[in-house]
Design a protein around this ligand. Structure first.
Ligand code: 5AD
Ligand code: SF4
Length: 476
């Protein structure tokens, strides 16, 4: 799931306007902003596809939109506040033109349901993550003067048959959603309440989507799920085969099927869960050069007692054993993590355990947050949010500083090496430069070449910061 950086997780990132080119002048237009995790960005592409079939075009300018949709995140209080602040920007537009439909999609819609309509008067439409097929008729309901809500969660919706419209795409990298929901019930996490039960998508539809993307010039796909390691097809919750005449598919096998689409197609995935990540997954990664050597393995805390309270299903030792397996089977693999600072009752020694684990693992990158209590979660019901805010912030600062130093050291090791980069496009800072990533997901910036986005090139790394590598192209 899910943050402010250019790395895999995009939580609390500014909403992104997305557009579909060639919308005709006469059709009604939607404007979508996405917040939160990659799954939400991927869902917005499903929403655009569903509405496209009902004759809606898209626009990047909310002022010319007939329907404004915010695809929201509830993971931390701040993420919800960002959306509420953003709603203010649409208030004037709505008062000038009451026909404009304003809708809230995603996790906030699911969590707050009808309350959102009461609290935010300009909102007409509240639609949860499993109800997007209903959007065209819900918009019709709003057109007829009513408010419309559908927050039903499903046990089997995967949108497998929907061909997403790639919004704001660089034409090189795309998300493929392979499963939805989460059955883990980590005590701090609102996701099981907002995204419902875990379910996996038909593997053939996943491979077909990857093939189509490749044929359309894409060179990198990220397989998305809240817990990709528990992907399973034709296997029920008890681990039994459902249909004896059909093959079963687990995550390692799925990854292999996608990797076989083409050696020129890079595969990434997010997010892994330490309790479920098998050696089979690691061996599959080792067998295929095009499966990127990068694993995001959220630890959350380095202290076993806190991990137990978090209901993570593993101890510090178990986690370190998984790290050892990665380092043995995939010595070149980059590892990143998520860390929560100041979870209920966390003391200084327990925080020190997180710092010592970070040093031991030596992460390439980490996303860190201070604990934000979420309504209805086990932690909210059972534990007191008793670490003072200034302590949470100080611990977060210590984690951030340690990680910055580790990231810089990792990057320095690349200096003098040649890295194979998939060009993503112009760099953010200058059109005179291009950028792309190596297999370990490190961002590399180099002077502009004649090679287009989607081309693999070799780059000699000459310099770095904690966030970026800089180099010069040495060959195609
Ligand atoms: N407070 C702070 N961080 C949280 N995360 C999930 N729930 C919370 C919360 N209540 C973080 C976890 C997770 C990431 C996506 O967001 O680190 O891995
Ligand atoms: Fe939340 Fe835990 Fe599920 Fe991740 S695995 S979505 S942190 S409940």
């Amino acid at each position: 799931m899910e943050k402010m950086t250019d790395k895999t997780i995009l939580e609390e990132r500014q909403g992104e306007a997305t557009l579909l080119a060639n919308s005709s002048e006469s059709e009604r237009k939607i404007y979508i902003e996405s917040y939160g995790c990659q799954m939400n960005f991927s869902d917005s592409e499903i929403v655009a596809s569903i509405l496209d079939k009902s004759g809606f075009g898209t626009t990047r300018n909310h002022e010319e939109a007939d329907v404004i949709l915010l695809n929201t995140c509830s993971i931390r209080e701040k993420a919800e506040q960002t959306v509420r602040n953003r709603l203010n920007a649409f208030r004037k537009q709505k008062s000038n033109n009451s026909n404009v439909v304003v809708g809230i999609l995603g996790c906030m819609a699911e969590r707050m349901k009808h309350t959102l309509l009461e609290e935010e008067k300009l909102v007409d439409l509240v639609v949860g993550p499993d109800a997007y097929r209903d959007l065209p008729s819900l918009i019709e309901e709003v057109d007829s003067g009513q408010k419309a809500v559908n927050v039903l969660l499903s046990r089997d919706e995967t949108y497998a048959d929907i061909n997403p419209i790639r919004l704001g795409s660089n034409g090189v990298s795309a998300f493929i959603s392979i499963m939805r929901g989460c059955d883990n019930m980590c005590s701090f996490c609102v996701v099981p309440f907002t995204r419902g039960r875990e379910r996996s998508r038909n593997p053939m539809s996943i491979v077909a989507e990857a093939k189509e993307l490749f044929e359309n010039g894409y060179r990198e796909v990220t397989l998305l799920g809240q817990n990709v390691d528990s992907y399973k097809w034709n296997i029920n919750r008890k681990g039994e085969v459902e249909n004896e005449n059909e093959p079963t598919v687990n995550f390692a096998q799925l990854m292999e099927m996608v990797a076989q689409v083409s050696p020129e197609l890079r595969i990434r995935f997010s997010t892994s869960h330490p309790k479920d990540m098998t050696d089979e997954v690691l061996h599959t990664m080792a067998r295929h050069d095009n499966i990127c050597k990068y694993i995001h393995l959220p630890v959350q805390s380095g202290n076993s007692e806190i991990l137990k309270k978090m209901n993570r299903g593993y101890t510090r030792e178990w986690y370190l054993d998984r790290i050892k397996a990665i380092k043995t089977i995939l010595p070149e693999c980059a590892i990143s993590t998520d860390i929560i600072c100041g979870f209920c009752s966390e003391n200084e020694d327990q925080h020190a355990d997180t710092l010592s684990l970070m040093k031991e693992v030596n992460y390439d990158f980490a996303y860190h947050f201070f604990y934000s209590e979420r309504p209805k979660t086990l932690a909210e019901r059972k534990y007191e949010d008793d670490v003072p805010e200034e302590v949470k912030k100080r611990r977060l600062k210590e984690v951030t500083e340690l990680q910055r130093a580790c990231s810089l050291e990792h990057h320095k090791k690349y200096i003098g090496t040649i890295q194979s980069i998939l060009i993503e496009g112009p760099s953010r800072k200058s059109v005179e430069q291009q950028c792309g990533r190596n297999t370990q997901n490190a961002m590399v910036v180099f002077d502009k070449t004649d090679y287009p986005a989607g081309q693999y090139i070799d780059v000699l790394i000459e310099d770095c910061t904690a966030a970026t590598l800089f180099g010069k192209v040495v060959s195609k």
